[in-house]
Write a protein that binds this ligand. Structure first.
Ligand code: R5P
Length: 311
């Protein structure tokens, strides 16, 4: 007999998320422990009955390599214990940025990781995945996917905290969310052009900002990683003599020292969502993520594995 109340389990570091998911989904909060052996290998233990039950694993995937192994072991253990479906709630979905072969002989990590995850999960919910050259998750994932959006929560934060904003998208790819957020805030928006030369080397060609001298630039990007994009965009708003910028990233990955560089480099605020835990978190994306997970749970279980893969 299937059990109707889903179980939610946190991989280490996702305890706040799992509490919010349990509450929003009226799900049972379970317990998963991870043991690290002296040689660095991991083992997973599930402390609940999971047979015939849907299980949601909460695991954000910044610094993903170790986390992916833990996630695989958790999902495999749940399958061996005969869980009905194993769903992943990952506020930040890793490995989406290497979305084509940029040099001869180079693998497309986004597709390879998606294929691997699709082999041991029955569904995936995330927040604003990096969909640039891959238009939608289902083009690389073989399982049902739901992408929640941070735009409404970001717009609310801007309305409550910034006077006279102009939303600035640092590159052409950001046009969709920059215009959507600006629309919700009822303020103007512009996008710049960006050329990337390397991991930490970008050049930004600004659009004219002369019409926005009385406004606060709110630079909005999906990911802040090396910070090269944010720093270059901020430089352009400074050169145009605008007020100090507010920098907002949905996912704050922040390689070492970047947050401080942005703060000391003249940003009036650096703000991110809680998709990745960081001191800059001010935007709560757990509610839209919970809605996305609910969408997966509402699918009929048979529909959850389109390729007929069972446990
Ligand atoms: C690019 O495609 C993304 O939207 C971000 O602009 C990029 O990932 C930011 O990375 P970084 O902080 O390393 O410039």
């Amino acid at each position: 007999m299937p059990i109707d109340t889903p179980l939610v389990l946190a991989l280490p570091g996702n305890e706040e998320l799992v509490l919010d998911l349990a509450q929003s989904l009226a799900a049972k909060l379970g317990r998963l422990t991870l043991h690290r052996f002296p040689d660095g290998e991991l083992s997973v233990r599930i402390h609940d009955q999971v047979e015939a039950r849907d299980v949601v694993l909460a695991c954000t995937l910044d610094q993903p390599n170790d986390k992916l192994i833990a996630l695989y072991l958790a999902a495999a253990t749940l399958r061996s214990l005969r869980a009905r479906r194993v769903l992943l709630a990952a506020p930040y979905l890793a490995y989406m940025r290497q979305d084509r072969s940029f040099h001869p002989g180079e693998g497309v990590s986004a597709a390879h990781i998606a294929q691997w995850l699709s082999g041991f999960l029955d569904g995936l919910a995330t927040v604003d995945p990096h969909l640039h050259r891959i238009a939608q998750l289902e083009l690389v994932y073989r399982i049902p996917c739901r992408a929640a959006h941070a735009a409404t929560a970001i717009a609310r934060w801007i309305r409550e905290n910034v006077n006279q904003p102009v939303v600035v998208g640092p590159d052409r790819e950001s046009q969709g969310w920059a215009s959507e957020v600006a629309h919700e805030v009822s303020c103007p928006w512009v996008v710049f052009d960006k050329v990337r030369f390397g991991d930490r080397d970008v050049e930004i060609h600004p659009s004219s900002l002369s019409a926005y001298q009385d406004r606060t630039p709110v630079i909005l990007d999906d990911i802040i990683s090396s910070g090269a994009t944010m720093l270059a965009a901020m430089r352009q708003t400074r050169l145009a003599s605008l007020a100090p910028a507010v920098c907002i990233g949905v996912h704050g990955l922040f390689t070492a020292g970047v947050y401080e560089q942005l703060r000391h480099g003249g940003a009036q605020a650096v703000v991110t969502s809680n998709s990745v835990r960081h001191i800059s978190n001010q935007i709560d994306v757990h509610p839209p993520l919970a809605t996305a997970v609910r969408g997966l749970l509402e699918l009929r279980p048979e529909a959850a594995k389109p390729n007929g893969g069972g446990h």
